[in-house]
Each structure stands twice: as structure tokens, then as C-alpha cells.
Design a protein around this ligand. Sequence first.
Ligand code: 6GP
Length: 798
Amino acid sequence: MTNTPTPTAESLRDKILHHVTYSMGKDAKHASIYDWRMALSLALRDRVVEPWFAATRKTWDQGRKRVYYLSMEFLSGRMLEDAAINLGLRATCRSAIEGLGLDWYEVIENEPDAALGNGGLGRLAACYMESMASLGCPGYGYGIRYEHGLFKQRFEGGQQVETPEDWLKQRHPWEFERPESAYEIGFKGYVETVDGKPHWVPGETVLAEAYDMPVIGWQGKWANTLRLWSAKPTEMFDLARFNHGDYAAAAEPEALARTLSRVLYPDDTTYAGKELRLKQEYFLTAAALQDILRRHLAADLSLEALPKHVAIQMNDTHPAIAGPELIRLLSDVHGMEFEHAIETAVQCLGYTNHTLLPEALEHWATYLMGTVLPRHMQIIEKIDSWHRRNHPNRPHFVGIVKHQEVRMGELAFITSHKVNGVSALHTELIKKNLFPELNKLHPGRIINQTNGITPRRWLRMANPALSHLIIDTIGEGWEGDLDRLRELEPHIEDSAFLDKFMAAKRTNKEHLAAWIAQSEGITLNPDAIFDIQVKRLHEYKRQLMNILQTISEWHEMRENPQADYQPRVKIFGGKAAPGYYAAKQIIRLIKDVAEVINNDPLIGDRLKIVYPANYNVSMAERLIPAADLSEQISTAGKEASGTGNMKFALNGALTIGTLDGANVEIREQVGAENFFLFGLTADEVMERRRDPEHARHAILESPVLQDVLQMIAEGRFSPDEPERYHDLVHNMWNSDYFLVASDFESYRSSQKEVDVAFGDRASWAKMAALNTARMGFFSSDRAIAGYMRDIWDTTSAL
Ligand code: 6GP
């Protein structure tokens, strides 16, 4: 696609020197690591621009349908090395950098993570953008250019402390500011009737200004755009007030507008219900839709033809105001007949649900919706009546507005032609429990698209040791066709291959141990089982069960120090939402337990616990390749899919997990014998909860758990404040909504099986290698191909 010749290390070095001089304005002698990292990024970006233009040109020349992925979150992480990999230039970049006398890792690690997301939903959006580009699916991502991404986590006295994240303090080399692409976004005001038609007169307006980032696909064959909106005031400042010396008031409109794109809400899977959040959601959605229609009309296409040319995907309900907004633009602004506008919107829109947790389901008080978006509130009522008229036999409670609240899930469902879940189990539960009535009214609308992850970042980039072994064994090309990993299977019987597989794992474990020694001051034994649980801190994910089991192990070692134990390293990572007390207590408990166990001379290096601060995408890239065991232990029915589970298994970790989310499908793919299964199923969980005393009963049946809870209650891990965990222990006995007690024994015995299995290194190596070989299904390329076929009705432009 590009005619530019592939650079050599020398020619790339010249480009880097050029950018250090002319873009960074530095004499090479005085350039800092930051300057070099910027210069390399800019040199690489230069190579992305041509394929990027070419892709756009081809999309328009061929009249291609475009996919618009609307998401409040894009958890991209670092971009430099990823771009280098996709352009096939990592080795060249590295020699160029080393040729300049610089350390490659120092340059790469100078880049801050773009942390414009909380967790799974945001990271999935980033993987999907990369796969759309790799598959040549013409598309755009639309999001918000938050000034401050997800907070940084520190620990003080074992407790989480949040500090603001500052990724834009430095220049962001991958973005192009587009001051000419700006749209006015209105809020509040009133609706009047002009010529017999409703007309919204907003009371406040801000500007949404575009910043574009190219997203380059595998092998640089295609590139799409991630367009992030930044809020600017419609008028910079009030000159009259300024001239009167009232400087603070003069700057007010600017400050007010900027709060819109100031910070990412730090909650995942919880609903905040704040006006600012609703405004952010509308800000993103309204800017995106104006941009989509502008582009469509500029190509001389009719609005009748919109669904033929435009597919809009809503990443959860956060952009679900897209339905009413699109209908408003089509009917109020462009004069389309109202019902026809609804039908047109429905044909364009798709909705992905990412959680069943009731606390995450968005619902806005009608008075708030009516105040912030008065015209949209009217339109929502009209959509509701339209839907009712079309389904006169529906049960009375089915609808969008209920108890003076707008239910965003129902709104997204009714305004979409397809609604999808993110794993087979999750999709079944959506049908059965979340939208049973709507599912009956609209059979076939709910479909499944099991999540996926990009193998470029999560194997090729993050795990060079294993990638090289794979390339030596089956050649290149698997990065774009992950099913080819199956070709590793015949080598599973070859002990030389298995030795190399385990050597790669060992290399990764040594690297991780070196990093932890340096960052945490804890020495790890690379022969130990590296047992890792990294993800957001949430009660349903049951980090608590993991630490309780760890305590029981420790206790057993102390009681019976002569027995033979497999050494273990328990690694935790993850952030708790700032206002989530129970989650913060669990972090604190893990930290307290680590303090005691890590300093217990009787234990030595047989058991260590580490919890490095500030888990993020870059830390995931370090940890996952080094894992032997992946903890996926959520209460069945609660984890919609999980994607960390896929990353670990792809990198040759075995999973210990429940039948939840995508664990079910991972186990099917890798084989039940290569997966440590435990715990209640989703149905059994429901059944179990019928017993109001389930926690007490389970604890009474487990003397081990009783001992563990007793130790915690007595302050064994918090001697300075023995009552610190009384609430937590009380909750375990009396409520335990997520059934930690009920699954504890089953989990514990599964962990014992892990110990035994790890004792037989040859057989462990086989199981680990089979995990890698059989994970092809979980490529995000497969997932995106599914969206293209089943939801977006589009094909590759490559
Ligand atoms: C997450 C789900 O919890 C996780 O199971 C799933 O893998 C991921 O989405 C991607 O589908 N949900 C969220 O992060 C969230 O904020 C509203 O849901």
C-alpha cells in the first residue's frame, strides 16, 4: 500500500536525529530520553501516515460502509512499540536506537500509558480498534480525550491512595489536533415549536474539538482513526469582564467547558448517576453523530441510505443516548418523518452489553434527563410509545421509562437492531435474566460475540521469548491467523520443544523477578509457581477468596513445616474504585497478610505475596508472560467474559477458574484436562443463595476457613489495630453475597491439585503448551470478523 521503501537502521536513525533537531528543537548532545522517545515516535508516525491516507482514500473510492465504535473508554496503553511491531520495524527501531548509544527499554518505558479506561471494557475497545485495522474494516473509534486518565494508585501503610494521572503533561506524539473539526454541543435550555415542529434551544453550549490518532493494523496494510473529543468553550473568555479586572470570572466559561473532558470516571461496573457523567456521555455521542452525518452528507449520500453506509456500535450503554440523538438529528434537523427516523436509527445501531451487575445498569432520573437534554427526554417518551404501539401484547412493565427513570439498557436495546453479549454464557444470561421480555418481543436480536484479544500486543509484543519459539517452530504468520497455533500441537510430544517452551517461561519469570526485586524489594524464587490475579478489585472477582486460601496455605506450612510444598508466589494487581470501601479493605488485607507472611522466617521463599502498585496495561505486559497460574475465580454468573483470562492462557499459563464468562469456552478449547475447574455453576449459585444462612453453613463445614477467619478477626495480620477487619469477617459470616465461603473448599482442593500437577514438570509443560496451541479462537480478529458479519454487515477492504 505504501511506496516508501522499508527503512534500514541507518536511515531510521537519520530520521530520529532529524526529529530530535527539528521537532523537539534539541541538539542531539543535550537530548533527554523523552526527546529521543518523541523523535522515534514521530519517525514511526511518519510511516503510518501514508497507509492511513491510502486507507481513507480507498474507503471513499469504493463507497465502503464505515463502522463507528462509540466508547467512553479506550485503554490503549503504550503505543510506540505496538506501532513498531505492526509496521514490522521493531528490530530496526531497536538497532537504530542502540546505534545512537541509547538503551531500547529505557526509551520504550519512557512512554506513559494512555489510560483512558478503567478495565475490561476499555481494553476491549483498544483490542478491537487494532483488529479492525488489521482486518481492513473501515472504521473510526470515537471517545473522549480525557486530560486525566485513570488515577494512579500508591500504597500508604498498605492502603490505596489515588493521585491524578497526567499523561498529557508531555506532548502526545501520536495525535493530530484538528481545530477545524469542531462541533457545538448543547445542553439544557428548552424546546419550542417553530413552523409546527419541535426545536431545541440549548441553554449552554461547548465545542467538541477533534484529536485524531492513526491506528495501524498488523503489517501496516490498513489504518483507521481513533478520534477523541476535547471540550473547549464556545467563547474563550469574557473580554468585558477581563477588562474590568475580574480575571477569574472572565475565565469561567473556559473552565466550565473543560471539566467535560477533564477526568475519566474511575468506576468500572458501577453506575455513578452524576450530571457531569451524563453530560460527558452526551458530549461524546453528539460530537460523533454530527461528525458521522457531516461525512455522509459530504459524500452526497442521502440520509435514506445511512444504514447502507454507516454502522454504529455502542460500547455498553454509556453512549446509548445515540438512539435519541440520531433520531433528533434525522427528524428535527433534517426533516425525516419521525417513525422513519426511528427505523433508520435502529438499522444503524448495535449495542454491546458488558455486565449483568445490577449496580452497573445505567438509569437516569427523568427530571435530570429532562433538564440536561429536554428534547431527548421527549424523544425517549416517543420511542417508548412507538414501541408500545408496535407490541400491544407486551407485558405492561416492558419499556424504557419506568418509575420516573430512563433505563438505558432498555433504550439501547429498543434502538438497536442487534444486541450482543460478550461470551456464550453471558449472552444466555442476558436472554434469561436481563431482557427476557424484550427477547421474546424481538427474537434473534440478542446474539453472542465472545470477546477476543489482539495477539500482536498480547503475545508478539509482550512475550518475545515465546514468540520467537513459535516462529522457530511453525514460522511467521500466526499473528494474523491465530488458529495456526494449532500447528504447535504435534510438537507437544517432543521433549526438546517442551524444554524450550519452559525455558521461555523461565526467562519471563526471571525478568519479572528482577523487576519486582527492584521495585518492591522482594526476592522471588523463579522456580516457584507464579500464581497471578490481576484485574480491577471487585468483590465478585473474589480476590478475597484468593487471600483467604493463601492464609490457609501459610497456616498449614507453619503447622507442618516438614511437609513437601511447591513454592508459590502470589501476585496481585489492580485498583479499587476510590469510593468502594469493601474493595479497599480487601487490598489492605492482602497487603497486611503479605507483610506477615513475607517476613515469616519459618516460611522462607516457599510462599511470597506481592502486590505492586498501579496495575495498568504496561504492567500486564510484564506479568502475564511470566504466569504459571491464572486466577479467574469470580462467582459464576458475574464475570461477563473476562479478557485477562485469554491473555494468560495464550501465554501458556494454566487457569484455575469457575465456570464463568469466557472461562467456559477457554476450557472447551484447551481441554478440561488442561484447566483447573472448581466451584458452583451459575445455576447452583442462584440455588445456593436461596439459603439465607449459606455463608454460616459453609463456614461451619470448613474448619480451615474457620481458622483463617478467626486469625483475621483476632488481628493476627493487623496487630496494631486488631479490630481492623471485624466488618469484613462479620460480612463473611452473615452475608457473603459472592459466595466466597461456599466455594472456598472447592477452590482450596483445586489449588492442591495445582501443587501436585506442578510437581510433574514434564506434564505441566505439556498442559501449558497445549493452552497456547489451542487459544487461537480468542483472537480479537475472530471476534471482529463476527461483528462484521453478524452486526455491521460489512466486509474487509483489503
Ligand atoms: C467488563 C466485564 O466485567 C468483563 O467481564 C468483560 O470481559 C469486559 O467488560 C469486556 O467485555 N465490563 C466492564 O468493564 C464495564 O465497565 C459496564 O461494564
